[in-house]
Design a protein around this ligand. Structure first.
Ligand SMILES: Nc1nc2c(c(=O)[nH]1)N[C@H]1C(S)=C(S)[C@@H](COP(=O)(O)O)O[C@H]1N2
Ligand SMILES: [Mo]
Length: 532
């Protein structure tokens, strides 16, 4: 044996444990697959459990992360998304943002795990803890809602460990040089995630709620007299006096729609009351019911906006229920909450005076649509939705404004949200043919009522005098009125604006102001070109 026959400097690895570290790109990819697998498995289990009625929808990590994100984001961001993206665009944007964040976190976990598997796994567990906190921040989540996430996280960590451990042991796993093995791990992992993810989306998340909704028969209600009511529905293009449910605007912070079957619903009235009340759906539906037409308006409705709609609501009077609870002296506010913990503060007076504030279960002859609060929501004539119209309501605390903070009022919106007198032009559009052109729209001053609507027209030589429009005859002061001004239009370019006047003779504010903190003011104005 001669000493100059040295062994080769770099022996080819013969066992899986002896490879060079996995490349960075591949490790990052495996980390992303691990996170996707975690999320997909958890979503599938949550969907199955929700479908079987075992867990609330808060068990979905994606849903709860989205909901919690909206709750902690600055109001300005939520408001921006609502205004610029609208529903459901704002939720889609949030979903995409969340997906990218998860992928980024996965890549980071993979990169760290490549160097130190234990630290990578610890990061993965931390990510799961963040999701767990989001789940537990939902009002309807108990400890069992964590189970799908826990199982998903276990699957993801197990996958990562199996894929990356060959650096530490001689077990199976991805070897650096072995392209086939890497593709197998990444491929099977991604396939598993895709299948679990797709299955989770195929399970009808709202099945139990849809079934529960189909089983609701609306009780007979004391109807509102509609004698003397005259609509202007025949004016082409005008908003229908009653807004069909499918066209009704929708505003909420819910990332995924709360699914609340009647069987699981109950309302608790507590706080500064002589007697706490807990009432389930059957008991609520057995109370005296009224049908009332009430126009709902969003404080974020811009001049000319469409965040306003009129419906026939069936419900029971909140004032009567509150009277049974007996509000105590000093209370001036009711803090209501939905099933996920979203809150609204309403002046107690608006819920106890003689207006028909309702716990509504019906909308335009149907049980409430899920997106409008099934099974029960509040509807209060005269107040903007953010201080009154709690959907999926499960809790009402009689309290004081100086003791509580509700979701939107905590973000700089006014505590008291009486609806401002306002009006909108629906027609004409940008162009019209010369002749008689109906200028028409809607006007509202809920619970005060509208006495008139006027228009001014400007042909470029200054505004005309205010001209009175013809009004529809509404069912009560709690709804909008339709109006039409039959304009004898000659060819030219025009600006038209309108104003409403309430029953006290007070015209709407003409000066422009933004929606925050208590609703927009100013005239809605349109431009029209009249052709010969
Ligand atoms: N649970 C819940 N209720 C809610 C909201 C919400 O975000 N969550 N938004 C309120 C706002 S700002 C308005 S304007 C009305 C809108 O009711 P709609 O979506 O049925 O039109 O609901 C109110 N009730
Ligand atoms: Mo709103």
């Amino acid at each position: 044996m001669s000493t100059d026959t040295a062994p080769p400097a770099t022996p080819a690895p013969t066992t899986p444990g002896q490879g060079r570290p996995l490349g960075r790109g591949r490790a990052a990819l495996l980390g992303m697959v691990a996170v996707l697998l975690t999320v997909a498995v958890a979503e599938l289990l949550a969907a199955l459990a929700g479908w079987a009625g075992l867990l609330s929808s808060s068990a979905s990590p994606v849903g709860s992360l989205g909901g919690a994100f909206i709750d902690v984001s600055p109001g300005s961001l939520v408001e921006w998304a609502k205004q610029n993206l609208g529903a459901p665009g704002d939720k889609v944007a949030l979903g995409i943002g969340m997906g990218l964040t998860l992928l980024l976190a996965g890549a980071l976990i993979g990169l760290v795990a490549r160097v130190r598997l234990t630290i990578g796994l610890t990061l993965a567990v931390l990510l799961a803890v963040v999701a767990a906190v989001a789940i537990e921040s939902r009002a309807d989540a108990g400890v069992f809602e964590l189970l799908p996430l826990a199982i998903g996280a276990f699957a993801g960590c197990r996958y990562l460990w199996t894929a990356l451990r060959p650096r530490y042991s001689t077990g199976t796993g991805v070897r650096t040089a072995d392209r086939r093995q890497f593709l197998m791990f990444a491929g099977y992992g991604a396939l598993g995630a895709a299948i679990a993810g797709a299955l989770s989306r195929m399970i009808p998340s709202g099945a139990a709620t849809a079934e529960s909704r189909a089983a609701v028969t609306l009780p007979t209600a004391e109807m509102q007299s509609e004698t003397g009511v005259q609509t202007l529905n025949s004016v082409p293009g005008i908003s229908s006096y009653v807004t069909p449910n499918a066209d009704f605007y929708r505003i909420d912070t819910a990332f995924v729609l709360p699914q609340v079957p009647t069987a699981g619903w109950k309302l608790r009235i507590h706080g500064m009351v002589d007697k706490e009340i807990e009432i389930d759906f059957a008991a609520l539906a057995a109370r005296p019911m009224l049908e009332r037409m009430i126009t709902l308006t969003c404080v974020s409705n811009p001049r000319g906006g469409d965040l306003v709609g009129n419906a026939r609501w069936i419900g029971t009077r909140i004032a009567d229920l509150l009277a049974e609870a007996g509000p105590q002296a000093g209370a001036d506010c009711v803090l209501s909450a939905d099933v996920k913990g979203f809150t609204v503060s309403t002046p107690l007076e608006a819920l106890t005076d003689d207006r028909d504030s309702l716990l509504a279960i019906g909308m335009n002859g149907e049980p409430l649509p899920v997106e409008h609060g099934f099974p029960v929501r509040m509807v209060v004539p005269g107040l903007y939705g953010y201080v009154s119209a709690t959907k999926w309501v499960v809790d009402m605390e009689v309290t004081r404004f100086d003791k509580v903070m509700a979701y939107w009022t905590g973000l700089g919106w006014s505590d008291h949200g009486p609806i401002k007198t306002s009006s909108r032009i629906d027609v004409p559009g940008d162009t019209a043919a010369a002749g008689q052109v109906p200028v028409a729209g809607v006007a509202w001053a809920q619970h005060r009522g509208i006495s008139g609507v006027q228009v001014q027209i400007n042909a470029g030589d200054g505004w005309s005098a205010w001209a009175d429009a013809e009004l529809s005859r509404p069912v009560s002061t709690d709804t909008w009125v339709q109006w039409v001004y039959r304009w004898d239009a000659k060819p030219g370019d025009y600006k038209i604006h309108c104003r409403a006047i309430d029953l006290d003779g007070k015209p709407q504010i003409g000066e422009d102001s933004d929606v925050i903190p208590d609703g927009a003011t100013g005239y809605h104005q349109i431009s029209v070109t009249v052709t010969a």
